[in-house]
Ligand binder design. Structure first.
Ligand SMILES: Nc1ncnc2c1ncn2[C@@H]1O[C@H](COP(=O)(O)OP(=O)(O)OP(=O)(O)O)[C@@H](O)[C@H]1O
Length: 170
């Protein structure tokens, strides 16, 4: 698709393009879906214990940094694949560094999560889920949905649905 004339670009168009970029990353990158799934569980448990505004801000910053790093890593990978399809030492170094940036963010985000969340209230919240049958079933169901989202992703899920329901219609 040709880029639109900069004079005709509206702010709404810029936002739409940026959202499409995030959507593409979620659709094509399993690691991005893993990060997002972990974010959802972190925020879920964070909502069940009393955090200060500062602690919540640290968690949100940590989550934002990992998701941002993964999005940038994906765009670097795609640019590398576009420019060089064959094995190349420099491409290997570039891709490894971009992946390293994600690793650094993820390790520090995990440390933030441990510092902020690991406290008795967390285990109490977890125990409350485990001892309530309805909550436990819902929690296990959410894990199953998360696994399907991570390993199949929206694209494969749609293809599978097309095969099942599209096939039956014929
Ligand atoms: N063209 C290439 N030349 C040399 N090495 C490459 C090339 N493409 C990929 N690699 C190596 O393979 C690794 C994985 O690259 P790939 O593009 O498959 O990323 P990926 O599986 O999506 O990784 P990630 O888990 O970081 O998202 C790179 O970090 C790099 O070491």
């Amino acid at each position: 698709m040709m880029p639109t004339d900069p004079k005709k670009r509206t702010i709404a168009r810029s936002f739409a393009d940026a959202f499409r970029g995030v959507g593409d990353c979620i659709r094509t990158e399993r690691n991005m879906r893993i990060h997002l799934t972990m974010c959802v569980y972190v925020l879920f448990f964070a909502s069940r214990i009393e955090l200060t505004r500062g602690e919540m801000a640290c968690l949100l910053l940590a989550i934002g940094s990992v998701v941002t790093a993964e999005t940038l890593n994906t765009s670097v990978e795609k640019l590398c694949d576009f420019t060089q399809k064959h094995t190349n030492h420099l491409i290997r170094v570039i891709k490894d560094m971009a992946a390293g940036a994600v690793l650094i963010c993820a390790v520090f985000a995990a440390l933030v999560g441990i510092v902020v969340l690991f406290r008795p209230e967390l285990w109490e919240a977890f125990w409350a889920i485990c001892t309530d049958p309805v909550s436990l079933v819902l929690f296990l169901l959410s894990l199953a949905v998360a696994a399907v989202f991570v390993f199949l992703g929206p694209v494969k899920l749609m293809e599978q649905a097309e095969r099942w329901f599209g096939g039956r219609r014929q």
